[in-house]
Structure formats: C-alpha cells, structure tokens
Design a protein around this ligand. Structure first.
Ligand SMILES: *Cc1c(COP(=O)(O)O)cnc(C)c1O
Length: 399
C-alpha cells in the first residue's frame, strides 16, 4: 500500500502498515477502546482483543500465549530480555554475558550499561560474511555465564545467524539464550522450541504492523524482569495500559506475513539476487555479508570511490529510498560497527549502501534501482579526487 512513483527500498528501517493491519487497527481503536483491566464488558471486550493477539503472536513463534509479553517495540524487548538474563544470573552469582559485535544498538548499549554495573561481557566477532559460529559461542561460555544474546538476522548486512545451533549450545550449557528476531520475524520461520530460544524480541513496524509496539517471548520458567513498574498488566511484567489497537494490528500483520512467507520469500529473494547481480556488474563494487545465508530482501554493497551518504541523497532525488550502510544510525557519520566487524576498511565501509526490499516491491524495482545507482555512482566518482587517483594508479583499488 501507499505506493506512488517512488521506489521504497528501506524496509529494514520500517515498513508501512498493511491494509489488513490498518483495518484491524482502526476497528480496534473504534470498537474496543475499553481498558483491558476493567472488569465491565467494555473493558473485557478490549481484554478479548488482547487475548486473541497474544494467541496469534504465540502461534507465529511456536510459543504458548502465556509466554508472550507486549512491549513498546524492538528496543524495549531487547532491553527487557537482557535485564531478564542479567538479573536472573546475578541472583545465582553469574555475572558474565556472551553477545556479538554486530548486534543492534538496543542490545549493544544495554550491554554497555550492564558492564558499567559490574557484569562482564564477551562480544564475539563474526566471520568475514557476518556469521557467528556456534563453536565460538560454546568456547565463550564460562561457569558464570548468565546469558547469551545473538541476533537471528542482522539489520545491516542481512546475515542469518545459526541460532538453532547456538540455542542448542546454550541449552547444553544451561545458559539462557536471547535472540533479537526483529529483522527475521515475518521473513524467516521461527519456532522457539525447535530453535531452543528462551527470549525472542519482535517489533511490529518491521513486518507491516504499527510503530511503537513489539513483543518479547519469554520461555515458561523464566521470570521476566520488569523495566516499567506500576499496574499489574502483562502478568506483572510490564506495567501500563496496553496499546490495544497497536497490539491487535501487530498480531494481524505478523499472521499475514507468516501466511505469505513461502510465496514472498521466493519472489523477494529473486529480486534481491537480481539487484545484487546488477550492482556487482558496476566496476569496483563488492557485496557485504553472505551470498547465501542472507535475509530475502537485504542487499548491502560497497562502491569504491563513493560516499554512501552522497549516493543515498542522489538516489533520493531520483525517487529511490535506500539507506547508507556506513552510518550506525541516520545522521551519524561514524563507520558502521557491523561493517567494521566483518573487516571492511573505513573507506569501503563509508562507500556502503543498503537496499532492503520486501513483498511490496515490484519485480521491476531491482532493474530501476541498479540503473539509478550506476548513474549516481558514475557522477560521484567523477567528482572524487580519490577515484581519480585510483584510476591513474596513484592509489591502488581495494576491489
Ligand atoms: C529496528 C530494530 C530494532 C529496534 O526496534 P524498534 O521497534 O524500532 O525499537 C532492534 N533490533 C533490530 C535488529 C532492528 O532492526
């Protein structure tokens, strides 16, 4: 929906609500506006909407409804998951956490906070394709390890982590395992039992639900640590009157994405592969991340002699929305921690651009994006002193 003549290729940043989710959102806001904690029928109507949403989210994850907590989004879910693992560990005298250098900042900054409070943190490096090895996780686990946190799929380079194997390692060691599944949910199958996941973070707006709403799956037997204190909502684990329309719409969007997943995954992967092929046909470009263990819609390419931000702005002017792979977050010019972790030089990291496609994209989008990117890159290279030095041989090409 919301199609116009622009091409939106920034689905990892956010997605518009689907028509189905929007209908549920409006219907719930209009007709189930009661407070779910109220005992009267107006309140109970809203409580029933919440129950249904909880069953939908549970079903999408292979969890049971009592294992689903609703939150304000992926960031809150990540924070709550890490605090849950850390506080459970602390009570048992375990103060060590294993995670990775390529997590989202919602995880990385929470790890920094926990470290400043006395926890010790091991941040594993991925291989050159962005993959975290289960063997490295096993080696990093100590007798005082409270929690392992490894994302299911990376938001910048789309690498899909072997979370089922890592989950099995954690299960054998008796250590809690959290995965940030924000980029995976609705795009890859998730099964908390089969994949040995104890804590799973989701965010509504990454799969055509609303912004400001998410979920955390917490395996039965693990007591979620409350970040927000107050009323007894979410069985005492997350206070505050629930965002009923947002939760209902997120659940509907997740159900819809899971229903469409088999068809979408094939079509979106084909568009991704076509876009990668066409971009790599531009001289002196490289693919960042893995060629095969990759989210269906993720393309991340470095252009030598080009600044990702400049390319992004030129493309925006040509009607294409993408993301500069070099920035940690919009507006920041620090090189991406993910691209650094996979060993890219500062120069190649700053020449990275990310295109993220999904089911709303048209089959003609990859061709149009690649053509525009080629034109924009040629223009930028023409203005770059570094590129001139590379072309004259004064500075060697890296790719
Ligand atoms: C977007 C994102 C988040 C944050 O989710 P919000 O709902 O925007 O807070 C966390 N982790 C990953 C991997 C993400 O892509």
């Amino acid at each position: 929906m919301n199609r116009n003549d622009r091409i939106y290729a920034d689905c990892a940043a956010t997605t518009p609500m689907s028509e189905r989710a929007l209908r549920v959102y409006l219907d719930t806001a209009e007709n189930a506006w009661g407070n779910p904690s109220s005992l009267h029928r107006t309140g109970q109507a809203a409580a029933m909407v919440l129950d249904r949403a909880r069953r939908q989210v549970a079903e999408a994850l292979g969890a049971s409804p009592q294992e689903i907590l609703f939150t304000s989004g992926g960031s809150e879910s990540d924070n709550q998951a890490l605090w849950t693992g850390a506080m459970a560990g602390k009570a048992a005298g375990k103060m060590h956490i294993v995670s990775t250098a390529i997590e989202h900042h919602a995880v990385l900054h929470t790890l920094d906070r926990l470290e400043s409070m006395g926890f010790s943190v091991t941040r594993l490096l991925p291989d050159a394709e962005g993959i975290i090895s289960p063997e490295k996780v096993a080696e990093a686990i100590r007798s005082d390890t409270a929690l392992v946190s490894v994302m299911m799929a990376n938001n910048e380079i789309g690498s899909i982590e072997p979370v089922a194997e890592i989950g099995a390692v954690c299960r054998r060691a008796g250590v809690l395992f959290h995965t940030d599944a924000v980029q995976a949910a609705g795009h890859l199958p998730i099964d908390v039992r089969r994949q040995n996941l104890d804590l799973v973070s989701l965010s509504g707006h990454k799969f055509h639900g609303p912004k400001g709403v998410g979920a955390l799956a917490v395996r039965q037997g693990t007591e979620a640590f409350s970040l927000i204190l107050g009323g007894g909502q979410e069985r005492g684990h997350r206070a505050g009157t629930e965002n009923v329309p947002g939760i209902a719409a997120m659940a509907e969007a997740l159900t819809e994405s899971c229903e469409e997943m088999p068809r979408d995954a094939a079509r979106v992967s084909a568009m991704r592969d076509e876009l990668i092929r066409r971009l790599l046909a531009i001289p002196h470009t490289r693919l960042n991340g893995s060629a095969d263990r990759r989210l269906p819609g993720n393309v991340n390419v470095s252009f030598e002699g080009v600044q990702g931000e400049s390319l992004l702005l030129l493309l925006d002017g040509m009607g294409i929305a993408a993301s500069a792979g070099s920035a940690c977050s919009a507006g920041s010019l620090d090189p991406s921690h993910v691209l650094q972790a996979i060993g890219l030089s500062g120069r190649l990291a700053s020449g990275a651009i990310r295109f993220t496609l999904d089911r709303d994209n048209r089959d003609t989008d990859p061709g149009e994006i690649a053509e525009a990117a080629a034109q924009a890159a040629t223009r930028l290279r023409g203005m770059s002193p570094l590129w001139k030095d590379m072309e004259s041989g004064a500075v060697p090409h890296e790719i």
